[in-house]
Design a protein around this ligand. Structure first.
Ligand code: MG
Length: 165
């Protein structure tokens, strides 16, 4: 008899917004006068999703897997981290059922990029586009988000596997 198992995972990340860096969100490069600072490409959204995937499977966090002190990850494309997490959980029988996430950014207006970002994430995860939802919020002009000092991202991921018993 086969019985499905599910696990939920939560991810959160923040990166500082600075001049002279590209803005990469969910694997999509967005034209903007500032970008996110970090050791890798600083894709705040893919980091949150990667953490949610690892968390759901009880596999720690992105810092355990890809230490930001390791020169091999300098300037890294964060899709590498996401794929490694997907492969890591797949080795334990898990697949991603769905992803819901929120980007917190005062500017640029992300409404017109949400579908493009969601489609890119779906492709990276190898799941249907209807299983990825991307939301965007401003910081209401207060706090580090509202003052355009940083961007945050939150993600929840559901993992599933069929257990035979
Ligand atoms: Mg990060």
């Amino acid at each position: 008899m086969s019985q499905a198992e599910f696990r939920v995972g939560l991810g959160h990340d923040r990166h500082r917004l600075v001049a002279g860096r590209p803005l990469v969100l969910g694997g999509v490069t967005i034209e903007f006068e500032m970008g996110l600072d970090g050791h890798s490409d600083a894709d705040v959204l893919l980091h949150a999703i990667t953490d949610a995937i690892l968390g759901a499977a009880g596999l720690g966090d992105i810092g355990d897997w890809f230490p930001n002190t390791d020169p091999q990850w300098a300037g890294a494309d964060s899709t590498v981290f996401l794929r490694a997490a997907v492969n890591g959980v797949a080795e334990r029988g898990w697949h991603v059922v769905n992803v819901d996430c929120t980007i917190h950014a005062e500017r640029p207006k992300l409404a017109r990029f949400k579908r493009t970002i969601a489609d890119r994430i779906a492709k990276l995860l190898g799941i249907s586009e209807e299983c990825v939802n991307v939301k965007a919020k401003t910081g209401e002009r207060v706090g580090p988000i509202g003052r355009q000092e940083a961007m945050d991202a939150d993600a929840v991921v559901l993992l599933g596997r069929s257990a035979t018993n």
